[in-house]
Design a protein around this ligand. Structure first.
Ligand code: HEC
Ligand code: HEC
Length: 306
């Protein structure tokens, strides 16, 4: 990390780290404009509406696991992330793959594993890839049950099987010129590194991340949805820089998504016979736009981190 010389930059960093600490303690204060409060989006219930019984308690357990995953389920988390790092505002924010948009859409067919996935299996997938967690919690485990009940509660009164506006990370089409890794580096250093670090390493206070890493050993692995440049571009366009979602052009979002996803991260746990090329053909060749198994500037991407 380069030494920070400008005092104003240091001050900015301090405010941002402070904001992130607040966000960890009280997610309602997160500095993101709450798209879910917007009239056109589904409105999930408020915490004050929770009943004071076993159901309310299970919902709260699920909420806690969602925002504090690494601490509460360490045996299932192999990196430095929490679910809410990618599903912002406690899984409530529209265009940030909100849980209320997801829950009513399962069971669903998924190309990724070519079968019908239950909601529990979808959660297990995020543990395995986004959280780099190894063997995910069992479908009937305490963790999957609590997270499912939390999602069910957020989706209260939502129609079943109807794709709601704000579900997922709405697709940002690839610009006609494609993407440019060098321009992505420029966007990154100007707009992202202040929080995520010049080497994408995030920022820690003690053992805990207050700013999540974007690459390296504590990031999502090569099998995660976010490794696709198109998916990361969509997430970034709608949600980053934090608090300024929608401010990047589509081109900037694609460039910086490609730059982030050209960096090493933990290996795809589906690695076929130890071969990056076989894994690329089987799992990455038809999985959106991604750099896994390709050579950029003479370096093979997808080697993973041990
Ligand atoms: C590194 C970012 C990241 C993390 C961390 C993460 N997810 Fe996801 N999640 C994604 C992406 C990307 C998708 C796919 C969205 C899409 O395809 O539009 C997704 C999809 C989902 C979906 C399905 C959404 C839908 O509308 O069908 C659910 C449910 C979900 N995640 C839950 C979780 C849970 C629970 C955790 C924590 C155990 C978690 N996620 C952690 C990135 C992440
Ligand atoms: C003001 C600080 C800040 C800035 C600037 C910022 N981010 Fe983030 N970013 C965050 C925080 C905090 C989270 C986690 C949000 C949460 O937990 O609620 C996050 C989450 C993410 C994630 C998903 C989680 C992960 O670690 O993979 C990605 C990807 C991401 N940011 C990319 C970017 C990119 C690209 C830029 C620049 C265009 C950027 N961010 C700018 C603070 C920031």
């Amino acid at each position: 990390m380069k030494p920070l010389i400008a005092g104003s930059l240091l001050a900015l960093l301090a405010t941002q780290a402070q904001a992130a600490t607040i966000a960890m303690e009280d997610q309602s204060q997160i500095p993101t404009p709450s798209a879910s409060a917007h009239a056109e989006y589904f409105k999930p219930p408020a915490e004050s509406e929770l009943p004071d019984n076993a159901y309310g308690k299970l919902v709260r357990d699920g909420y806690a696991l969602f925002v504090d995953t690494k601490r509460l389920a360490p045996q299932f988390v192999g990196n430095g992330l929490n679910c809410s790092n990618c599903h912002l505002d406690q899984g409530r924010l529209a265009n940030s793959a909100p849980l209320w948009g997801a829950y009513p859409m399962y069971p669903a067919y998924r190309k990724k594993n070519d079968k019908v996935n239950t909601f529990a299996e979808r959660l297990q997938g995020c543990f395995q890839f986004s959280m780099n967690g190894g063997q995910p919690p069992a479908a009937d485990s305490r963790e999957i049950t609590a997270l499912s009940v939390y999602a069910y509660w957020l989706a209260s009164k939502a129609p079943l099987g109807v794709e709601l506006p704000g579900r997922g990370y709405p697709e940002v089409a690839q610009p006609a010129k494609g993407y440019d890794l060098k321009q992505g580096a420029v966007v990154y250093q100007a707009q992202c590194s202040v929080c995520h670090g010049p080497q994408g390493q995030g920022q820690k206070v003690g053992a805990d991340y207050v700013m999540p890493p974007l690459w390296g050993k504590d990031s999502y692995n090569w099998g995660a949805g976010m490794h696709r440049i198109n998916t990361a571009a969509s997430f970034i366009k709608h949600n980053m820089p934090l608090g300024k979602g929608g401010s990047l052009s589509d081109q900037q979002a694609w460039d910086v998504a490609a730059y982030v996803n050209s960096h090493e991260r933990p290996q795809d746990p589906r690695l076929v016979e130890g071969s990056i090329e076989k894994t690329r053909i089987k799992f990455h060749a038809n999985d959106g736009v991604n750099l896994y198994g390709q050579t950029v500037d003479g370096v093979l991407i997808g080697q993973g981190i041990r």
